[in-house]
Design a binder for this molecule. Sequence first.
Ligand code: AR6
Length: 180
Amino acid sequence: MTEKYLNGKVIVTVGDITEQEVDAIVNAANSTLLGGGGVDGAIHSKGGRQIYDECKQIRETAYPKGLPTGKAVITSGGNLKARHVIHTVGPVYGMNGGRDAELLADSYYNSLKIAVENSLKTISFPSISTGAFHFPKHEAAVTASLTIKDFLENDASLSEIRLVFFSQSDAEKFSKHQNF
Ligand code: AR6
């Protein structure tokens, strides 16, 4: 299944985020930036040592206490097909005093912003926070789509935003609840 929104700039598809041939893929990381399971584990294991070393460098310099929820940083793509990885930390659902949607929106917004700041044109997102961090998929669909739509209304420099779901049913759930 592949669906397009916002004049074809947004593509919803099923696949593996680590296989995307785009300027940047987004990593659903945790604040340590030093790896984990899910998308994070797959990116670090396929991307190799270079990504890990750059993340470690970021921890030693810009974020010694860890990357706060909703923020994003960029590294190279190591051995991946994507040239860069944008690491963001989504909210752990239910742990943010009612600010879950706001923080998820920050993750999407700040990832898009850092892509534009680096003159990137194509970016692929996984469904941030909807795995280990338990964000309900239907709610995440509303927040992700509204944030992307808002960003594109104010910035025309990105040519493609690809939303990559791990299963057909996740992609269908997104399509049903999106608000583009
Ligand atoms: N490609 C596309 N989507 C995937 C892939 C993949 N290879 N693998 C999983 N998904 P998660 P989170 C989907 O848990 O909820 C890690 O340990 C998955 O089905 O990767 O933000 C980090 O280190 C789900 O819908 O990210 C953090 O500690 C979505 O991607 C924590 O998990 C996100 O699942 C972050 O949790």
